[in-house]
Ligand binder design. Structure first.
Ligand code: DON
Length: 300
């Protein structure tokens, strides 16, 4: 495994075609695109990593996996009254279907669905308490307390969140946002601004993987269902392409990170800041494709 990761970091991680870093959040525009990290936690407890696997990056939408686990823990299947479980086939920040579908977003992994998910775990708490609960969940999952929210990234995102505010207000007009939109959006932007390294993220993903390694934070049934959503919706309108190329459930973020689960076998995190046309990590996707091929990993 170590030799495979070293080879992937050397070849794919050094590619000159690296995609474009996200520029709509000021701090993300400053990130050096020449970085690449990968980490694998196996179900038997063994860990392997290569490249910049210990460098923290903004996990952005990968946080939606932890948020949905937290919201499901709070309201159970009641969450599905507010958000669906179907792929949208549209960009992560699209507003198009919300009008046709009366303010109920397609799934918890597009922005609109994630904002409703945040609104659900926020209900009854202050934003600080809700974010404290989210951080506790992530730190417990990673068994690492050195995981924090990057306030500068959160502020930058709040300052540029006009479209996300539009989604939030539109859903509120349909009665599908229970909290003050300002509070929900503040919580959402801070949630997206969690910094983690590949090693921390792969460790945190173990709660979905099953097997002996890692803390058990959700039931096996819930873990399976979250992974089903990752497979069908985790890469937005690129979800079919990721499933076709990699064959494993994954969740991406515009910071260039991807969390991938091989059920019962491994939790994998890969990071390279340059994005492809869908807003998913270009080299991260290529690296996962290579790793899955080398190891014959696929759920199919
Ligand atoms: O809502 C946003 O715009 C971001 N904070 C998160 C978006 C994101 O990571 C989408 N991922 N590919």
């Amino acid at each position: 495994m170590q030799a495979i990761l070293d080879r992937i970091a050397k070849t794919i991680g050094a590619s000159t075609e690296r995609g474009q870093v996200a520029t709509y959040i000021p701090d993300l525009a400053q990130v050096d695109p020449n970085q690449f990290g990968i980490a694998v936690c196996l179900a038997n407890g063994q860990e392997y990593f290569a490249g910049d696997a210990r460098t923290p990056f903004s996990i952005q939408s990968v946080s939606k996996v932890f948020a949905v686990a937290l919201a499901l823990g709070k309201v159970g299947d009641g969450l599905w009254r507010y958000v669906g479980r179907e792929p949208s086939g549209l960009a992560f920040d699209s507003i198009m279907l919300l009008e046709r579908e009366r303010g109920i977003p397609r799934n918890p992994f597009i922005n609109a669905g994630a904002i409703v998910t945040t609104d659900t775990y926020l209900a009854g708490s202050t934003p600080a308490e809700a974010l404290g609960g989210l951080l506790r969940f992530v730190r417990d999952a990673a068994e690492d307390n050195d995981i924090h929210i990057n306030d500068a990234v959160a502020r930058g995102e709040m300052d540029t969140a006009d479209r996300n505010f539009a989604l939030a207000h539109y859903m509120k007009s349909h009665g599908n946002l229970s909290q003050d939109a300002q509070h929900t959006m503040g919580t959402y932007c801070h949630q997206c601004a969690i910094d983690m390294s590949c090693l921390q993220l792969a460790r945190a993903g173990r709660f979905l993987m099953g097997g002996a390694a890692g803390p058990r934070l959700v039931t096996p049934e819930r873990a399976r269902r979250i992974q089903a959503l990752m497979m069908t919706c985790g890469h937005y309108d690129g979800s079919g392409d990721f499933a076709f190329r990699v064959g494993l459930p994954g969740k991406s973020g515009v910071g260039g990170g991807i969390l991938v689960i091989n059920p019962g076998v491994a939790s994998i995190a890969v990071w390279s800041p340059g994005l492809n046309a869908y807003g998913n990590s270009k080299l991260g996707t290529e690296a996962m494709e290579a790793l899955a091929q080398e190891l014959d990993w696929s759920v199919f």
